[in-house]
Design a protein around this ligand. Sequence first.
Ligand code: SF4
Ligand code: SF4
Length: 346
Amino acid sequence: MQCGNCSVVCSLAPENKPFPRKEMIWAGWGMKDKLIGNPDVWLCHQCGDCSTYCPRGVKPADILSAVREVSYQHYAKPKFLGKILSSPKWLPAAILIPVIIISAILYLAGTLQIPEGPVNYSKFFPHAWLNSSFTILWFLTIGLGVLGLRNFWNDMKKQNPELKITGSFFKNLFSNFKEIMQHSNFSKCSNQKSRKIAHVLVFYGFILLLIVTAFAIYAAVTHQYPLGLFNPFKVLGNVAAVMLFIGLTVMIIKRVTDKENYGNSSYADWLFLISMFLLTISGVIVETARFLNWSIAYHLYFFHLICVWFIIIYLPYTKFGHLLYRAVAMTFDKSVNRDYSKKNED
Ligand code: SF4
Ligand code: SF4
């Protein structure tokens, strides 16, 4: 109907070229290139306000979410990783890749067997092998992600030739730091107040987990591992697990019970949420299995590593990649002096 209600109710749409009405027109006309190389698709926080107030039931929030999912595949390097993470029919292949690679690393380390005696994960996956292999793989995946982001940046420039880029990329990126840390744009969405709390819990829970992991690597290198149950970093790791568990549980329950406001959940939504949830739960179970010397501890540990892979190694190809794409889209808007966060502040 092109009434424009969606752009009016969107608290994040700037006055200069607001979204999502124009995206709905492009989608209707099949203008894929314009949609993919469009920063606004990532400025949307999927609050669902536009879908709620659309008189035609078009669900713009779901359509922008679908465009973001297509973008992960479009910018994926190598392409096949984007493809196998885009559909449930490829899930066995997505699981098989880490199973084969982790087994190969264990084979090279000479530890591809269940060790005897009390549970000690470093006997199964020596710390030097674990830390070096996962660090190399993580840098590799981030490097490939950056190649995709560079193409996204070039597409945004191509689709908006009238906009002039000013300032350095890193300076503009850093100027978004406060908004990213505070998640203040989530507060502007009127429909789903619980989203911000859940999102912040998951965001900070994950950051805490990264800090704890960095310390765990340091502890392994300096031979302080394994850490005792009351080691401050162990306690912090458990606090992070609780934050992630609560945040993810709220997200999952809301997606199942409140489809009217949360919209339809796609495979990408569930793949990310369930991978993160399993990572959290398996981390706690693996820790318990070590202290209680469970016989299946090493199998659980292997499963936990697959979950870690889905979150950190597959990051640019899953919904978790939104943190990279959104940061780059926000930086683009800063670079062209189009500050979308200013709406409704006056
Ligand atoms: S998507 Fe809905 S609210 Fe937006 S312009 Fe079309 S009919 Fe109006
Ligand atoms: S889902 Fe929310 S943030 Fe996204 S376009 Fe609609 S109203 Fe704006």
